[in-house]
Design a protein around this ligand. Structure first.
Ligand code: SF4
Ligand code: SF4
Length: 176
């Protein structure tokens, strides 16, 4: 039967059978080796790590760039961006032209209890109004406090790091 199924039976004590003592010694050696390696653990909150400037900590909003286009809210897979706005009439740009209608932002909230930090909202914003900040200390005791309003999102944006310079030649990429 064993020959038909193609399986090979190892006999106890045969040279091909792994010896239990070898595995034990290897395991102990690995434990000892790891014991004397430099630890990667940081004693937070007494010691704080400095995240990479482009780390995905929290999203900041530059409200003056937002045109209430709703693209980020529509693309967000978790539906955790809440935007409200209204239209205002503005004088025409040229004499004799039509009055302009502009969108004014009234509310912009992100619910970090739902957000999965995918970054789609930051990527799709056509007006560069959303940015990542590496800040990560915003845990709350109440889940409802994870809803960050426009003011708080503006604070995150004001405190984001300056991103590292673009790689050589990056500015000319895509230009014809
Ligand atoms: S990071 Fe993703 S889940 Fe979070 S608000 Fe943006 S699009 Fe939504
Ligand atoms: S995509 Fe950008 S401009 Fe449009 S609503 Fe969102 S943040 Fe504002």
């Amino acid at each position: 039967m064993a020959a038909k199924s193609g399986k090979k039976t190892l006999r106890r004590g045969s040279p091909e059978q792994p010896k239990p003592a070898v595995g034990l010694v290897r395991g102990l050696w690995r434990t000892l080796y790891t014991l004397f390696q430099k630890t990667q653990v940081v004693q937070y909150p007494h010691v704080k790590e400095e995240p990479h400037p482009r780390a995905r900590g929290v999203i900041g909003l530059q409200a003056e760039n937002c045109t209430v286009c709703m693209l980020c809210a529509r693309e967000c897979p978790d539906w955790c961006i809440y935007i409200e706005g209204h239209k205002e009439k503005r004088p025409p740009r040229r004499e004799g032209g039509k009055p302009r209608s502009v969108n004014m932002l009234d509310r912009f909230d992100i619910d970090y209890a739902l957000c999965m930090y995918c970054g789609i909202c930051v990527e799709v914003c056509p007006f560069d109004a959303l940015h990542w900040s590496p800040e990560y200390e915003y845990s709350e005791l109440r889940i409802t406090d994870l809803l960050h309003n426009m003011e708080r999102l503006g604070y995150w944006d004001d405190h984001r790091h300056t991103p590292p310079p673009l790689e050589a030649g990056a500015e000319t990429k895509g230009k014809k």
